[in-house]
Write a new protein. Sequence first.
Lengths: 272, 211
Amino acid sequence: MVEKWESALVLVGHGSTLNPDSSAPTFQHADEIGRRELFAEVYCAFWKEEPSLREVLRMVESDDIYIVPNFISEGYFTETIIPRELELTGPVTRRSGKVIKYCEPVGNDPRMVDLLLRRAQDAAPNVPREKTSLLIVGHGTSLNQKSAEAAQQQVRVIREKRLYAEVTEAYMEEPPFIADWRKNTSQRHVVVVPFFIADGLHSYQDIPVLLGIESDRTAAASQQEIFRRNPYNMDGRELYYASAIGTEPLMADVILDTVARFDRRHLCDVAA
Amino acid sequence: MIKDELARLITDGYNALGELGFAESSTGYRLYHWADRNSLNQARIYRSPKDAREIAKYDSSGAYRPLKGVPNLPRGWVLELPNINDLKTALDFFYPGAVATWLAFREGKAQPVCLRQTLNRQTGMYRVTGKLTDDQAQSLVKEACRSDSRCLRTILWGIEADHPPDFLPASKSDPTVDQTGQSRTTLPFLCLEACNLLVAAARTTVKKSSR
């Protein structure tokens, strides 16, 4: 078990200026880890909300600090934005008597596959999987290829399990596009699982529009319920839309394992 | 520690931060909307610092408050907190990092970062903000950060390095001035660097002017 009574944990989320639910998973897991009293301090910080990445380290009083990105994959945010805004120089940054340890994003944990499958099962418990397309939808961005590669990796692993007739991926900002799901899936039943942390702006408000199950951006998840309306019958197909995986209670353990994995991998860097 | 310094500041008479008022009580500390200070017996009582996060999330019309410095905190609540640690936690949900930032600035451990430096390090969709002109920047900050409706923070950064924000009213960059205009003994609520909302607004300004 991770016990870091003299260390701080900073969970970094994207946050949103438009959607009040974007930061919810990050706060949820920070609350849970705080309740377990494993760290001296637990804080959240965000790109789009407060405290910002520029502010949060002023709040931290411990000299030993773990930064865990509550992001679904390596990519633009974990490789460019977070290191830049926190002024990190690598996995271990020493500054003003403090040691700042930059961990992998939570999405690198191997249990993400199980969480995606659990979401698919919860959304469509009664569909015959041998007649179902499972569509994993990610953000994708031209700024960094790793975002899509992470989703592709999940698809590869799930495909090898041979649970569904078809397993494929689609993205918001790069091909294959989510809006083309009709021609990119072959089965009558289509289960769509967002490869996102939060039921925030993208997974809850943008993607339903791209799928065609909403004509316009709807209210935030906390203000209405989209998942209970499954299935959506469209063009002779039956589409099921699942919620994002980041609110799974298991994610608190994933965060703690991410810290433990950092210690194992960077023992020499920290001791140097 | 920050909580010990906060306790000392309260003993010294500080009793406000932004739209908040706070005081020692018979059971610990009491935290409330300053405008409710004379009607706390009618306010709904909360006892967990995490309640602050939910209170601060929406304004009285139910609209989301992504920027906590906006002077539209809902009224009608009071937090009864047992100790200084819980008060510090609650203050950090209402005004994230405000107390720590003030203490770090006072001790010379945190310095303002000029707008140009903030904009020039942006990448991706915000890289274009490097094209914001000085005139555009001044107009934008004057409007987007005004204390009467947009943000209660005191701005200490200028547009260019080593230039004070002298394009703003003097009161907006004076940490001793209560930005709510009430002359309370308030903890300074500092802005040491442009926030992401201002960077996003800078992007909109540049995009509009290039059309």
